[in-house]
Design a protein around this ligand. Structure first.
Ligand code: NAD
Ligand code: ZN
Length: 362
């Protein structure tokens, strides 16, 4: 047996208002006056002075606002890297990602591609990255994906939606300031929060489970139950903001040493074909997975009802057989997820017809 030797985020600062210490964190990391810090910030914050006024730009530092209408693409990463390389006098001192899973993943991918040749699509997979990334910081503004701790950056490429999984992917520094999540819209709060809940259910019910993953997964699951089933008002509840930020972290740690399962595999299919975003896509799929996660789905339905969340229906009603085939192929391609969820002989149990019947319900 050969055990995986995973890197972890080496530095993390946690606390309400900790974002204000960003300038102190960055100062010693500046390589030279020609080596700027590049901020990638979700463009939802374009007119949000309470966030942007805490950032002080020096020399050639630059803020690039990025749209998160669509999830990150390899072409988007390559264009950003080209822009940065052409614009800067020296290799940047660091990349700072401020946003949800989409922007965090973009920041990770850009920091890797600044030091690695070619196109980002060539690095989608496991351990294909050759050179260490430049210094990169992740600052989540919505909680749930675990992208702030994970060893992957999920990108949609020309052929597949797959992460760049590597030892160089994790952030060098993370800033966890729950206050940054205070204006997340309720529905999005639920969808991204449920990503964390589903990470826990899939990890804890998978065949890859071990004591490492279990300890993190159980803690994150307990926090999710407190947040989404007890007296939380919603995303503006300060205690819930703090709990969900830590749940996201623990959920991410749990899957680092195990794997996700059926909901993620099928949601990748929806995302690839229809562009359905990760959080809501997971919810749409998970709602129909009683057969695989009976307790997890029952609790999910309770949470959904408590927060008056209505999921889109009949997403797949108009699809052609060819389109179903594309989604099914994408989902089945994620072999480790199925092996974790169903076991070694999953191919005998999960047939194309079975997946088609499930997709037809969505
Ligand atoms: P997101 O980053 O796409 O953000 C969702 C929406 O919330 C966007 O409209 C964004 O503008 C808005 N938003 C974010 N912060 C806000 C704030 N403070 N106030 C108001 N609005 C805010 O969504 P997400 O669910 O965080 O991330 C999904 C992405 O993460 C997907 O691309 C998925 O593939 C990826 N992901 C990555 C990992 C990983 O380990 N790398 C894990 C899970 C998911
Ligand atoms: Zn997820």
């Amino acid at each position: 047996m050969s055990y995986k030797n995973f890197p972890m985020v080496p530095r993390v600062i946690f606390g309400r208002g900790s974002f204000n210490q960003l300038n102190d964190i960055l100062a010693p990391k500046r390589q030279s006056i020609n080596a700027p810090f590049i901020y990638l910030i979700d463009d939802v914050f374009k007119n949000t002075p309470w966030l942007t006024s805490s950032i002080s730009l020096s020399y050639d530092d630059e803020i690039i606002f990025v749209s998160t209408k669509e999830e990150p693409k390899t072409t988007q990463v390559d264009a950003l890297v080209e822009y940065i390389i052409l614009k800067t006098k020296a290799r940047p001192s660091g990349i700072i990602g401020i946003g949800g899973g989409s922007v965090l993943d973009l920041a990770k991918a850009v920091s890797i591609m600044i030091t690695n040749e070619g196109e980002s699509k060539d690095y989608q997979g496991w351990d294909l990255v050759k050179n260490p990334a430049i210094f990169h910081i992740g600052i989540p503004t919505i909680s749930g994906t675990g992208a702030e701790v994970s060893r992957t950056t999920v990108l949609t490429g020309p052929e597949k939606k797959l992460g760049i999984n590597s030892d160089f992917t994790p952030f060098d520094q993370v800033v966890l300031d729950p206050e940054l999540t205070k204006e997340v819209p309720k529905n999005q709060w639920f969808y991204t929060g449920m990503d964390c809940y589903i990470h826990c259910v899939e990890s804890l019910n998978g065949s890859y489970l071990n004591a490492f993953s279990k300890s993190y997964g159980e803690k994150a699951l307990d926090l999710c139950k407190e947040i989404f089933l007890e007296d939380t008002i919603g995303p503006s509840d300060t205690e819930a903001q703090e709990k969900l930020m830590m749940a996201s972290w623990h959920g991410g740690m749990s899957i680092a040493y195990s794997q996700v399962g059926v909901a993620h595999a099928m949601s990748y299919g929806l995302s690839y074909l229809l562009g359905t975003k990760h959080g809501i896509g997971n919810c749409i799929v998970f709602d129909h997975l009683e057969e695989y996660y009976p307790e997890g789905v029952a609790l999910f339905k309770e949470m959904k009802a408590k927060h008056h969340i209505e999921l889109p229906q009949s997403l797949c009603a108009q699809l052609t057989d060819e389109e179903f085939d594309i989604m099914i192929s994408v989902a089945l391609g994620l072999e480790p997820l199925w092996e974790n969820a169903i076991g070694k002989n999953w191919k005998k149990i999960i047939t194309r017809d079975k997946l088609k019947a499930l997709y037809q319900k969505m």
